[in-house]
Design a binder for this molecule. Structure first.
Ligand SMILES: C[S@@+](CC[C@H](N)C(=O)[O-])C[C@H]1O[C@@H](n2cnc3c(N)ncnc32)[C@H](O)[C@@H]1O
Length: 357
């Protein structure tokens, strides 16, 4: 009887709890993303938390679809809490639970299971949990589509319980379980930084110009430059450090072995600017702002902001204030592949000002 009561899912508009994921080192910054909406927090593992809020999951998701948080990668709704006994019968409990939360339409679904305490011994694995839930839904006539789901059933397994909820990929802020967007490693990959650029283009839904001229500030060892060349760009790679040997013979890569502060004096024009310089945010923003005049109208910029040990929000806000002089800020997020940094996407304003402030 008690089990039955627990298996009634809370509707999203009555659910004042959320499971959220952030980078381990950014837990305190993630809490600030909630602002006054946040009451309390329970840690589920190093990167995943269960928060109690003053707004419903539905309201939060609606708000964050238009104004996304910076440090929270992913949210999902804990609509039902299922007690686990670490026996095969847990799978029956999950099947019974999902039967009470069938989607209202025939849009495809996916199951995203995360075992947040892998050290607990259980007679089933992540695959078995996915299988139990998806087979139940398929039997009810729903279509599984792991690549492009509309409905996502998020299952978060902790020591003695599993949280299950149904939401859409858009509500969750990411199509990927816990926001963990993993890319396949390419044999020619030069640096892990390449994943940051790939993820930024996807997250900010950017359509980069093709076969154009790109400026890559802080280019070494050359991961971003390599990708830009792959996409048909002629690249001006600025860095005092060496580029990877594979790039040295490419006639469409122009390596300027100088600091970006000196490079700005060259009168060259670009269709796209990338900036991954390990540089103070204020200085980096000042340089990108000064380069707006060298960028084609409505040209895009992707840049990382390296976070200072203290005063992170203020440093980001001041950097954005500088950039807003010449750019529309399309997004600011800490991506799954960012470490102590956030990624910013910008579009040049129609009226840009040539200045160095
Ligand atoms: C994180 S690495 C860039 C990695 C690169 N995006 C890739 O994919 O290989 C940061 C780079 O910024 C460069 N850097 C730091 N300050 C700079 C400056 N003032 N001008 C140009 N490059 C700078 C460093 O030399 C370093 O190579």
């Amino acid at each position: 009887m008690q089990l039955k009561t627990q298996l009634v899912p809370k509707p999203l508009h009555q659910l004042y709890q959320v499971i959220y994921t952030t980078a381990e080192a950014a837990a305190h910054l993630a809490l600030e993303d909630f602002g006054a909406m946040h009451y309390s927090n329970k840690r589920l593992n190093d990167t995943t938390y269960l928060a109690t809020l003053s707004v419903s999951f539905e309201e939060l998701a609606r708000l964050w679809q238009t104004q996304p948080p910076i440090f929270i990668h992913h949210i999902c709704p804990p609509q039902i809490r299922i007690v686990l006994e670490q026996r095969d019968s847990d799978l029956d409990s999950l099947r019974a639970a999902v039967k009470n939360m069938l989607p209202p339409d025939q849009q495809p679904f996916s199951i995203q299971t995360r075992i947040l305490d892998p050290q607990t011994k259980r007679p089933y694995q992540q695959f078995d949990l996915n299988q139990a839930l998806s087979s139940e839904l398929i039997a009810e006539g729903y279509t599984l589509n792991v690549q492009q789901p509309w409905w996502i059933f998020s299952l978060a397994v902790v020591r003695d319980a599993a949280y299950l909820g149904r939401s859409t990929a858009a509500q969750n802020l990411s199509d990927w379980a816990g926001g963990q967007r993993r890319f396949k490693r390419d044999d020619d990959q030069i640096s892990r930084s390449e994943f940051k650029l790939l993820e930024a283009i996807e997250v900010f839904k950017l359509a980069l110009p093709e076969n154009a001229k790109a400026l890559d500030l802080g280019a070494a060892p050359g991961g971003w430059t390599r990708l830009l060349r792959q996409w048909g760009y002629e690249v001006w790679a600025v860095d005092t450090a060496e580029l990877a040997p594979a790039l040295l013979t490419d006639p469409y890569i122009h390596h300027y072995r100088e600091i970006a502060q000196h490079f700005v004096s060259h009168r060259l024009n670009f269709d796209f600017i990338a900036n991954d310089m390990r540089l103070d945010i204020a200085e980096s923003a000042r340089l990108v702002n000064a380069l707006a005049f060298r960028l084609k109208p409505s040209g895009l910029v992707i840049m990382t902001m390296k976070l200072p040990p203290r005063g992170v929000r203020q440093a980001i806000e001041e950097g954005l204030t500088t950039l807003r002089r010449n750019y529309e800020v399309l997004g600011v997020r800490q991506l799954f592949h960012n470490r102590h940094e956030v990624t910013v996407a910008l579009r040049k304003l129609t009226v840009a000002r040539e200045d160095m402030n």
